[in-house]
Design a protein around this ligand. Structure first.
Ligand code: NAD
Length: 265
């Protein structure tokens, strides 16, 4: 039996630390700010040090401690160095959000490109989770991994490599949920159509290059969206907060779309 607590206590992350990757922008930054508001101290990881500093300053306005770590998560050696730096104060919550949606025609993908995309979008999550489970398998903890609607319904062209990696994220999360569920809850968030800087840049590029195919896909994407609008990064962050908190104490191995209903159409 779990204790029934009032909602403010269930959602509070006071006394906990969350490590968030890709925290310099987009969904990662939004998560950092919501987690800070809920009282969590933060370990913020990204390649982009300038963006990390901005996120840190915004998060600290909530009175929590936020440390930044510049790391290239495509390199296992840098992941190992990161966890070495965290030794003895490993986080209670791990959010693997960093990812890249680089477009490339399937027939043009070469080994170097494929390996880089896999390293960032899938392998890094494997190694981050391994470090987390090694550190937290007795005390317990929460993992939230970020996949994509593309893994379930390939829609954009030129993302075969991305889709494969993002479905891999689902498989590895569910396997961890199965194997370590007694102590660690692991769930997958599946965003789609979230208006982040990355997505805005893609839309702008399609218009600037007058790329009719991408503009057409974007038009059809919008037409399919039941809610008729793109989502805000904070709308994903709020679901992550729910999953990390004790509100979700019996949610494990779940796949949660945050896509305005796109996958249901
Ligand atoms: P974003 O581009 O705004 O942010 C991603 C962050 O990851 C950036 O700050 C970037 O510097 C960081 N990053 C990239 N490569 C890295 C590396 N090698 N090491 C460390 N950090 C690295 O993206 P976003 O739109 O906020 O997306 C966040 C996650 O959500 C990604 O995994 C993405 O695939 C997923 N996603 C987003 C959408 C969407 O609509 N925005 C849809 C589906 C899935």
């Amino acid at each position: 039996m779990t204790e029934t607590k009032p909602i403010p206590e269930l959602i509070s992350l006071k006394g906990r630390t969350a490590l968030i990757t890709g925290a310099a922008s987009g969904i990662g930054r939004a998560a950092a700010l919501r987690f800070a508001e809920a009282g969590a101290d933060l370990e913020l990881v990204d390649l982009d040090e300038f963006g990390l500093k901005e996120t840190k300053a915004l998060a600290e306005e909530f009175g929590v401690e936020a440390n930044i770590h510049r790391a290239d998560l495509s390199r296992k050696v840098e992941i190992d160095v990161l966890w070495e730096a965290l030794r003895g104060q490993e986080p209670d919550i791990l959010i693997n959000n960093a990812g890249v949606y680089w477009f490339n025609e399937f027939t043009e993908v070469d080994e170097g490109f494929y390996e880089k995309v896999m390293a960032i979008n899938l392998h890094s999550i494997f190694w981050m989770c391994q470090h987390f489970v090694q550190a937290r398998k007795d005390q317990g903890g929460v993992i939230i991994n970020v996949s994509s609607i593309e893994a379930f319904l390939p829609f954009a062209r030129g993302l075969v490599h991305y889709d494969a990696a993002k479905l891999g994220v689902v498989a590895l999360t569910r396997a961890i949920a199965r194997e370590y569920g007694r102590k660690i809850r692991a769930n997958v968030v599946v965003p789609g159509g979230i208006e982040t800087e990355g997505v805005k840049k893609l839309k702008k590029e399609a218009i600037m290059k007058f790329d009719m195919e991408k503009m057409g896909i974007s038009f059809h994407f919008n037409a399919r969206l039941p809610m008729g609008r793109f989502g805000e990064p904070d709308e994903v962050a709020r679901v992550m907060l729910f999953l990390a908190s004790d509100l979700a104490s019996y949610v494990n191995g779940a796949i949660i779309p945050v896509d305005g209903g796109f996958l249901s159409t």
